[in-house]
Design a protein around this ligand. Sequence first.
Ligand SMILES: Cc1cc2nc3c(=O)[nH]c(=O)nc-3n(C[C@H](O)[C@H](O)[C@H](O)COP(=O)(O)OP(=O)(O)OC[C@H]3O[C@@H](n4cnc5c(N)ncnc54)[C@H](O)[C@@H]3O)c2cc1C
Length: 405
Amino acid sequence: MAERAEVVIVGGGIMGMSLAYSLTRLGVKDVVVLERSSLAAGASGRSGALLRQHYSNVPEATLAYLSLQTYANWDDVIGGSCGFDKTGLIATVATRDENCVNIERMRRNIAMQNGIGIQSRIITADELFEMQPFTNVDDLDVAAYEPESGYVDSVAATRSMAEAAARGGARVVEGCAVTGINVAGDRVTAVETSQGTFEARNVVCAAGAWSTPLLASIGIDVPVEAQRVQVAVLTRPLAMPPEGTMTYVDTAGGTFLRNFGPNRTLVGVGGGEFHDIVDPDDYDGRCDRGFPDVAIEYLSRRMPAMRDAAFLHGHAGLYDMTPDAHPIIGHGRGIDGLYLMLGFSGAGFKKGPAVGQCMAELIAEGRSRTLDLGPFRLERFDDDNWRLPWSPDEYSFSTDFGHGF
Ligand SMILES: Cc1cc2nc3c(=O)[nH]c(=O)nc-3n(C[C@H](O)[C@H](O)[C@H](O)COP(=O)(O)OP(=O)(O)OC[C@H]3O[C@@H](n4cnc5c(N)ncnc54)[C@H](O)[C@@H]3O)c2cc1C
């Protein structure tokens, strides 16, 4: 006998869980999340989960802002803990030579962000040095400072969201791989899984870097590639403060970093040789032998005392990259009842709660009230306009950081 659900969600990462939770809040109780492995087995469990709000476009800045309200008030809104640590956040972009345009762009982007409600301001390099005296600011003129931002524990957040969804009536099935999507005419009818058929009026693909082959099997081509990205956890030397640092998205220096519990720092580096396109079903989840030295080298350019940091452990995870590094959120092309929430391009964790809310409104009410999802639709890739920047104030990058702002 086939099982039945109003909504089947494929993928138990932050997106799948956030959507399940939001659907139950809108009164849709008959929701099933199918996860082929275990909760947060994909990018969500390997994420840095830095919560930056600094974007140069309104739609993504809004998703980051709305989501931060949930992360920062987790116990009241979701219940439990997501490990939110409000460290404050520094975002840098190169501002020298041909990148000098970035200073004015940062001013305008911050004005845009303030208009949304984001607390951010531009600070000089000297101000940054006063706040974080272990920071080398020689290459910086300005930075964006977000006092309310920080990071979360990605596994705790995903798990807590799953528990909230379950309290609302949703069912989470781990160890259940979706092997096919059934379509009759132009309507989705069911999914085939390792545990049998689940009939459903609505099917949502939230399968991250694994979405491409699943959707290709029903003729939907999503331009999403799996990009392997590494992070290292380091023990801080005595010269660094024990309480740690602010959270940094340092595109000028080519790193992102945050505290990882007491006395430890998590660091990732920008693009280059450590970002490679892989088969998501056959990639190495460990960090490469040479990666820790490179991470320490990059990090110590910004924080010289970190040259003496000790490598503790590291891992690799997958970014589900789209060609424009913006996500795909909305209807599945021409198939009634099919929805897509994928392609978060290495920047999805910070947006999880709000994306789930928008998607739940789209499914339950026919339209997202919270935010117009139009810019995120898959169909944008049908013409060359997808190459156009989403804002006149998109930054010029001198390094390949993996994704823009
Ligand atoms: C190293 C690293 C650092 C990052 N740092 C940040 C950061 O600092 N800030 C930020 O905002 N974002 C960051 N990200 C990105 C962020 O983690 C992702 O955008 C986000 O977690 C994506 O969530 P998701 O639910 O869409 O996908 P995933 O978490 O990948 O979930 C997809 C799930 O689908 C399951 N699945 C796949 N195929 C099937 C199937 N056929 N049947 C059933 N289940 C299936 C998988 O097992 C997986 O659990 C980082 C990512 C990585 C890898």
